[in-house]
Ligand binder design. Structure first.
Ligand code: SF4
Ligand code: SF4
Length: 442
């Protein structure tokens, strides 16, 4: 081979982007899976023993290779190449997965394959091909279309939590609190606590005059067009208010606003026109500024559960178009989202600052945390799987002897609470907003 042709050979040449509406963009990633199972096992160096060594809820529960990311990559590759058609089992395998991102983090330890995006693209393909999503997901989509919320509750009751909070939102403020469906309807304690925390910090905040669902479940199950319509509507509504900060108290909503809205709109997170913060990021800043003091004791041995959408799935989004060549090298450089820059420090620093809290870490923590099982359409389509995942995580809570389990997402709180109640476990499950408020007000 001449020097000139060798240079041509090494030059990246196949065009691709990270657009999840075209499965062909991820054929490289799906086809290069080497079945090493780094997506299933937590790195051995972090593990105290054999009990809590898996990171993939789906592969751990169903104990069959098809359910691991490696199985889904093979199914997706075969479908993208037109050698496999949808069938009932393939559809179940693609949706019996919490889209928790643990496989993506594990795979990127070695290979930098875009596993999470491949899984998202597969669900978009399932919908485009007329087989997805699952019936339970279609019901949620109908609820959202009809009443603009997940639960099909009366839209007029969305602000019912405000009166009981004792806080009056401002007409205009720099901070806009996007409450989300759960805190508006089923977990009003989180909305009330968030409002009171903001008041204690001296922060005026506004609400959207007509808040609609963030569309997390729509996007998660592959209903791309429906999710995009909500993204356009909601981002425009926030831009019109002039808010500088969009604050959420829900990890899933946070990921939606920070990562998936930009993905749906073809822009970078930095181009939204406002900053997206979870309550814990805001509170952490306010404690450091001296505007908030958490001085009321809370005597408990506590463990913190990293919600997937606030941790490994929360890194900012930047659209990408480039070329790929030999050994997968890409041009221009692609800054990978490997999950290591999620929101890990702030919630832990907040909890550790509370007098009386003894924070103990579970073996699977930060980007290796084991998903609670509830989010991204799993709880609705596969309730037994969601229950199993929460029970498995609660075994870890037992293992470290924690009395209180804290997370940053109503979906985690509800799923853990259900299992704790049904199984009579001696664990108190709380949202971090409730813990922070207790440390402020006593
Ligand atoms: S870690 Fe990546 S390459 Fe290895 S089996 Fe999992 S998806 Fe395939
Ligand atoms: S997203 Fe989570 S549940 Fe789905 S394959 Fe990956 S690790 Fe397993």
């Amino acid at each position: 081979m001449s020097k000139e042709s060798a240079v041509r050979y090494y030059k990246p040449r196949a065009e691709f982007s990270l657009d999840v509406t075209d499965i062909q963009n991820f054929v490289y990633d799906m086809s290069r899976c080497i079945k090493c199972k780094g997506c299933t096992w937590v790195d051995h160096t972090y593990m105290p023993g054999a009990r809590f060594m898996t990171r993939c809820p789906s592969a751990t529960k169903f104990e069959f290779d098809a359910y691991g990311a490696y199985g889904k990559m093979r199914i997706g590759h075969a479908m993208a190449e037109g050698v496999l058609d949808w069938n009932e089992k393939a559809l179940e395998i693609i949706y019996a997965c919490t889209l928790c991102g643990a496989c993506d983090v594990g795979c990127k330890r070695n290979l930098d394959l875009e596993i999470e995006l491949s899984l998202e693209a597969l669900r978009v393909k399932a919908v485009k091909d007329g087989v997805g999503p699952m019936p339970a997901h279609k019901k949620i989509a109908a609820n959202i279309a009809e009443t603009h919320n997940f639960f099909n509750a009366a839209h007029a009751q969305r602000r019912d939590w405000v009166a009981a909070s004792g806080v009056t939102p401002a007409e205009k403020a720099d901070v806009l609190y996007f409450v989300g469906c759960s805190a508006s309807y089923t977990n009003k304690e989180i909305a009330r606590a968030t409002a009171r925390i903001l008041k204690a910090a001296g922060t005026d905040f506004m609400l959207l005059s007509d808040e609609w669902c963030c569309g997390n479940t729509l996007f998660s199950v592959g209903l791309y067009d429906e999710a995009k319509a909500l993204a356009e509507r909601n981002v425009e509504a926030v831009r019109r208010t002039g808010a500088k900060i969009l604050l959420t108290s829900c990890a899933e909503g946070y990921r939606m606003w920070k990562v998936d809205y930009p993905k749906l709109l073809g822009i970078a997170t930095a181009d939204l026109g406002f900053e997206v913060l979870h309550l814990v990021e805001y509170v952490d800043e306010k404690i450091k500024d001296g505007a908030l003091t958490l001085d009321k004791p809370f005597e408990t041995r506590m463990s913190y559960h990293d919600a997937c959408s606030l941790s490994r799935l929360s890194e900012p989004w930047t659209p990408y178009e480039g070329k790929r060549g030999w050994m997968g090298c890409v041009e221009p450089r692609l800054k990978r989202r490997r999950g290591t820059n999620g929101v890990y420090a702030q919630p832990r620093e907040i909890l550790e600052a509370i007098p009386g809290v003894q924070l103990v870490e579970m073996p699977r923590m930060r980007e290796n945390a084991f998903c609670c099982g509830a989010g991204r359409g799993t709880g609705e389509a596969f309730p037994d799987f969601a229950r199993w995942a929460a029970a498995e995580r609660l075994e870890e809570v037992k293992y470290v002897g924690a009395e209180t389990l804290v997370s940053t997402c109503p979906w985690c709180k509800n799923n853990f609470s259900r299992v704790v109640k049904e199984d009579g476990l001696p664990v108190q499950v709380m949202d971090i907003s409730e813990v922070i408020l207790a440390a402020i007000e006593g």
